[in-house]
Design a protein around this ligand. Structure first.
Ligand SMILES: O=c1ccn([C@@H]2O[C@H](COP(=O)(O)OP(=O)(O)O)[C@@H](O)[C@H]2O)c(=O)[nH]1
Length: 413
């Protein structure tokens, strides 16, 4: 049964395992406990401090609230200066110290997971960054569990984001309810995760794209994959031929997604890239599409059942670029069809002057999103995506799923 609650928090109530931090106060007094999750992404480092409420010692904890803070750039920009990575983490820890009462520090777990940025680094450099973070954690007053600091694999990243969204929308608890799929687009990698309705989808998928796991006494078999190198920043580099090129900082890359007279710049992984329009003056949506479709064709696999009506939540850069394109309101998000991304990409690419662009790569980014959704995953133009940054004031990211997973001690196989 659910715990009594008069607030919206009741919607978050959920059954945890038997491995919660032990609670020593009387059964009738409300207990609060906390979890701290660091997300070291390719474009930024974030801290999430979750507050859970436990009303009865053996009852169901409820997610009460999240404190969130982020810093740019991602830690891979400090691959040659690990002490700056340590400094970033130390600064973010201040948020945790302000949010969690000092008496609770010793039993509040501190967990750090890195994604595409560190996966893309040479192992020795990634290791040096992780060691620095481990040192900062060890000095901190919080509880540092074994295996607290590491790179997370892409499968867990996809599954845990799916857990977050389905948990926040109340779909994991009532297991009769249909779950929704997730689309996550980071700087370095992109994830797709959903619960297949048909056996055929599972049979047709590569075996390592299917993952079983257990949560809240339910067993799920998910289609999930993380494509490393297909995040939106990494895709820009692939399209420009800038991946593994020499003399990157001085080189001027060319793309028909920009106008010829225009030079733009962006940084990724601590390297700055300069890009200008195509030298022969070719530009516009069609030419840009040809450049970007190469990044997905033959790489992104098409699961069988996406062409039927499917229900997906999309966030991260799908959300940010939809805001920049004027497709959704920055605060509220909303429903967008795949076709809307395609139409807006065409408008922005073919009539750049009409669009006051904060993002000089908007034509390229919207075109990439269109390629990824249509030519990559094989979504129909009429598919509706639910663009969501927060659900009930909590970030849609794998981080909450990872915190719940930590408390539940459920293992992902
Ligand atoms: O709690 C979070 C974590 C990430 N993001 C968004 O996720 C994208 C970046 O992903 P990331 O740097 O983690 O890339 P990855 O390392 O996964 O490729 C950006 O749009 C961020 O604004 C977010 O909105 N909330």
């Amino acid at each position: 049964s659910s715990p009594p609650s008069s607030s919206a928090a009741a919607d978050f109530s959920v059954r945890f395992g038997h491995t919660l931090p032990s609670l020593s106060r009387p059964a009738n007094s409300t207990q609060i406990f906390y979890g701290i999750m660091f997300d070291a992404g390719s474009t930024g480092t974030r801290i999430h401090v979750y507050t859970f409420i436990q009303r009865e010692p053996d009852g169901l904890p409820v997610l009460d609230n999240e404190m969130f803070h982020s810093m740019k750039p991602g830690l891979s920009a400090y691959a040659d200066m690990p002490e700056i990575a340590g400094h970033t983490v130390r600064q973010l820890l201040r948020v945790a110290k302000k949010t969690v009462p000092p008496l609770e520090w010793k039993r509040t777990p501190l967990v750090f997971r890195a994604t595409a940025g560190l996966r893309l680094l040479p192992a020795a450099k990634a290791h040096a960054l992780l060691e620095e973070v481990q040192d900062v954690f060890d000095e901190s007053p919080f509880y540092v569990p074994p295996d607290s600091v590491r790179i997370m694999n892409g499968t867990s990243e996809g599954i845990l984001a799916w857990v977050t969204v389905n948990f926040l929308t109340g779909r994991l608890e009532r297991n009769t309810e249909k779950t929704v799929g997730i689309l996550d687009l980071g700087g370095g990698s992109t994830q797709i995760t959903f619960l297949p309705k048909s056996k055929k989808t599972i049979e047709a998928a590569p075996p390592d794209y299917i993952s079983r796991f257990q949560m809240f006494n339910c067993s799920y078999q998910l289609y999930t994959h993380s494509y490393l190198g297909n995040g939106i920043k990494a895709a820009r580099l692939s399209a420009l031929g800038a991946l593994n090129a020499d003399g990157l900082e001085k080189k001027l890359f060319r793309s028909s997604c920009l106008s010829r007279s225009h030079t733009a710049e962006f940084s990724f992984g601590g390297v700055s890239y300069h890009v200008s329009g195509d030298i022969s003056g070719v530009r516009g949506y069609k030419a840009c599409y040809q450049e970007l479709v190469k990044v997905v064709k033959g790489i992104i696999k098409q699961p069988l059942e996406l062409r039927d009506s499917s229900s997906f939540y999309a966030f991260s850069y799908y959300y940010d670029h939809a805001v920049e394109a004027g497709l959704i309101d920055e605060q509220r998000g909303g429903a967008v069809k795949v076709r809307d991304f395609r139409k807006t990409a065409r408008q922005v690419c073919n009539r750049p002057a009409r669009h006051t662009q904060l993002n000089q790569f908007l034509c390229m980014d919207l075109t990439y999103i269109t390629c990824l959704l249509k030519d990559g995953f094989g979504f129909k133009e009429s598919t509706v995506l639910q663009l969501t940054k927060k659900v009930r004031n909590v970030e849609t990211s794998w981080a909450l799923g990872a915190a719940i997973d930590h408390f539940q001690k459920s293992r992902i196989h």
